[in-house]
Design a protein around this ligand. Structure first.
Ligand code: MN
Length: 330
């Protein structure tokens, strides 16, 4: 049995093929898993649970079916969908976890976050995050008419793009939009955990870091802009893999027509995975010796076991193309 982790799907009406891929992933793999964790940015934007978007309705139905089939679904807010509320979560049958949360994963305490709080070098985003995570700001925002909220979301996306092209032209995009090494080290130490799983940076990789003489593992999930990305973890180890839109492996062939290229041909696979196959990382032995818990015991630690990072750190979301999944030594 396996626990699944995904993040940064950025679902919206503009990329229906990714929504379709996600639906198939839920129907064909998530049902039957021990648990599914969605670590933020499930949606490209979220302006309130009252937004009657078709994508939101479809995703709620598909997630609900996974939960009803017996697989617990948990969600951590991302920087795009931090306004996703209890009403939608109930409809989708998923639990909202605080960011960060420590879960007990096959006996091993594991820290889950979206990841934007690790990117502390991006001060402009940090400021935006502090403002928009304020309950008073959120209440005031959600009280506005839906049209005004949608307009704000569009402005925020434009501002984010402008911010990023500013960083790009300064040549600081790569460093500022990635995690800050000192913050990562501090996080491992403060939580006393050996394993951290997060998304947000769209730089899928498994990093091993030595902190205080102990090897720690930071697993970064990939985005779903052009393909899917899933971390599968069980007692024996884990794999971080891409899911192709056009892949027929494991039944993920999309029924949704792929976009045509300029010659009128349907795209049959996606970037970084030209054969439409999964790329697979070698398994690690990090979880090999963990046999203490039955499959259904994936659970949050008591509240006392969790700590919040304060102040709310932040970073710019980086909508870069999917990168090849290569294990990184550091
Ligand atoms: Mn993000």
């Amino acid at each position: 049995m396996t626990t699944l982790f995904i993040s940064d799907l950025h679902l919206d009406a503009e990329r229906p093929q990714i929504t379709e891929l996600f639906g198939r992933f839920l129907r064909e793999e998530a049902r039957g898993a021990d648990a599914l964790y969605i670590l933020g940015d499930l949606f490209e934007a979220w302006v309130g649970d009252d937004d009657p978007s078709e994508t939101g309705a479809f995703v709620a139905d598909e997630l609900r079916a996974v939960a009803d089939a017996g697989t617990p679904v948990s969600f951590i807010h991302g920087n795009r969908d931090f306004l996703l509320g209890d009403s939608y979560a109930r409809r989708a049958g998923m639990a909202i976890l605080p960011d960060p949360s420590v879960i007990l994963l096959y006996g091993r305490p594991t820290l889950l976050m979206h990841g934007d709080t690790l990117c502390t070098d991006d001060l402009a985003y940090q400021q935006f995050r502090s403002q928009t995570r304020n309950p008073a700001w959120q209440a005031q925002f959600l009280a506005q008419p839906l049209a005004a909220r949608l307009a704000f979301a569009q402005q925020a996306r434009a501002a984010s793009k402008a911010h990023q092209s500013g960083l790009q032209s300064q040549g600081t995009m790569e460093t500022i939009t990635d995690v800050a090494a000192a913050t990562v080290a501090d996080t491992f130490t403060r939580f006393g955990i050996d394993t951290l799983i997060h998304g947000h940076t769209h730089r899928p990789a498994v990093h091993t870091i030595d902190i205080g003489g102990t090897p720690r593992e930071r697993i970064v999930l990939g985005d779903w802009y052009e393909q899917g990305s899933v971390l599968r973890l069980n007692r024996d180890g884990h794999t971080l893999e891409s899911l192709s839109q056009g892949s027929e492996q494991r039944g993920f062939c999309s029924a949704f027509p792929q976009p045509r290229d300029k010659h009128g041909a349907r795209r049959s696979s996606c970037k970084g995975d030209p054969k439409g196959e999964y790329s697979e990382l070698p398994r690690t032995s990090a979880f090999n010796d963990l046999k203490s818990l039955p499959p259904r015991s994936v659970a949050r630690l008591p509240r006392a076991g969790r700590r919040n990072i304060s102040p709310p750190f932040a970073s710019t979301h980086k909508p870069e193309p999917a990168q090849p999944l290569i294990a990184s030594p550091s």
